[in-house]
Design a protein around this ligand. Structure first.
Ligand SMILES: O=C(O)[C@H](O)COP(=O)(O)O
Length: 316
C-alpha cells in the first residue's frame, strides 16, 4: 500500500504507518501534476492546501482513502468521493486547543495594540518611544469582559473554556441547543464547573465585547454590514475558522468608522493571496492560516490519521 502525504505528516504518524507496513511518500506533488501521479497511490493525506476535486477523484479509480489532517474538508469533494466508495476521514478534535489559543493570541494582541506597535517600533532606528507609549496607553483587560463565541463545536467550546479561565463572561450562539456546562480542570486535578450562556445570535452581537467565529463557511458571509451595525461600539472580532464568514468589505468599513476597534484574522476570502487592504490595515492583527500549526496539534493529527488509516486498511 502506498500513501502520499501531500501536505506533510508529523514524524510520529509517519512512523506508525511505516511500522504497519505502508510506504509513505512525503514529497509534495504540485496540484497540476496530481492527476498524473496520484493514481499510483492507495491513500492521499492532505491539509487544506491540496484540493481533491471530482476530476482528480475520477482519475484515481484505485484510491481507497482521502485523509484530511485537520478539521475543514472544504478542499475535498467529500460526498462525491464517498459515493465512489472512497473513505474520507478527518481529525476534528486534534487541533481545537491550538486554534483556541491562537484566538486568544489575537485577542491579547488586539486589546494591547501589539499588531500596530510591532509595525511601528522599528521605524528606521528612530523609534518615537514616548509617542508610541502614549498612543497605546488605552489598553483594556479581557478579564470581566463578555466574549461571544459563534459556533459551539469543539473549537468554540475550547475557546469558551479559555475565556472562562481568564474570568470572562461567555455567551455562545449556535443553531442547535448546546450543553452550557463547562468543567475546568486545574493542575492539581480539581475541577470546577462553570456555565456559558446560550443566546440568539442577535443578542450575542449586541452584548459581546469580543467575538470569535467558529462556524464552517456556508457559501455566504455570516457577518456583514447589518451584523456589524448591531455590535457594541469598539468591539473586537477574531476569525480563525474560514475565510468568507466575515464580509471583508463590511469589516474594513466598520474598522474605518471605529465601530470595530480591531480584528484578528487567520483566514481570508482569498487564500493564499488575501486582499491587500486587509494586509495593510493598521487595526488588523494578521496570521497566515496557522490555527492548527503547532507541534502538539500536528502530532495529534498525524497519530490520529495514522490510526484511522491503519484501522481502515488492516487486513485489506
Ligand atoms: O480546518 C483546519 O483544520 C484548519 O483550518 C487548519 O488547516 P491546515 O491544516 O491547512 O493548517
Amino acid at each position: 500500500m502506498r500513501i502520499l502525504a501531500n501536505d506533510g505528516i508529523d514524524d510520529q504518524g509517519k512512523l506508525m504507518l511505516e511500522n504497519a507496513g505502508f510506504q509513505v511518500d512525503t514529497t509534495h506533488i504540485p496540484q497540476d501534476e496530481l492527476m498524473e501521479k496520484l493514481p499510483q497511490y492507495d491513500v492521499i493525506t492532505v491539509r487544506s492546501a491540496t484540493k481533491v476535486r471530482k476530476e482528480l477523484i475520477d482519475a484515481c479509480p484505485n484510491l481507497k482513502i482521502i485523509a484530511r489532517g485537520g478539521v475543514g474538508m472544504d478542499n475535498i469533494d467529500v460526498q462525491y468521493a464517498r459515493d465512489k466508495g472512497i473513505t474520507v476521514i478527518n481529525t476534528p478534535a486534534a487541533s481545537s486547543i491550538s486554534v483556541a489559543e491562537l484566538v486568544f493570541a489575537h485577542l491579547f494582541n488586539g486589546v494591547r495594540f501589539l499588531y500596530d506597535s510591532q509595525r511601528k517600533m522599528p521605524v528606521e532606528g528612530q523609534t518615537n518611544f514616548a509617542g508610541l507609549k502614549k498612543a497605546y496607553a488605552k489598553g483594556v483587560e479581557l478579564r470581566g469582559k463578555t466574549l461571544g463565541v459563534i459556533g459551539y463545536g469543539r473549537i468554540g467550546h475550547e475557546t469558551a473554556k479559555m475565556g472562562l479561565s481568564l474570568g470572562m463572561n461567555v455567551l455562545v450562539a449556535d443553531t442547535f441547543p448546546v450543553n452550557t456546562e463547562i468543567s475546568l480542570t486545574f493542575f492539581d486535578g480539581q475541577s470546577v464547573k462553570f456555565n456559558v450562556k446560550q443566546v440568539p445570535l442577535e443578542e450575542l452581537l449586541q452584548n459581546a465585547d469580543f467575538i470569535s467565529l467558529h462556524v464552517p463557511f456556508l457559501g455566504k458571509p455570516l457577518i456583514g454590514a447589518e451584523e456589524f451595525s448591531k455590535m457594541k461600539n469598539g468591539v473586537g472580532i477574531v476569525n480563525a475558522s474560514r475565510g468568507g464568514i466575515i464580509d471583508e468589505t463590511a469589516l474594513i468599513n466598520s474598522l474605518d468608522s471605529g465601530k470595530v476597534a480591531f480584528a484578528g484574522l487567520d483566514v481570508f476570502e482569498n487564500e493564499p493571496q488575501p486582499n491587500n487592504l486587509l494586509l495593510t490595515n493598521a487595526k488588523i492583527s494578521l496570521s497566515p492560516h496557522i490555527g492548527a500549526a503547532t507541534n502538539e496539534a500536528q502530532q495529534r493529527v498525524g497519530e490520529e490519521l495514522a490510526s484511522l488509516i491503519i484501522a481502515k486498511l488492516a487486513g485489506s
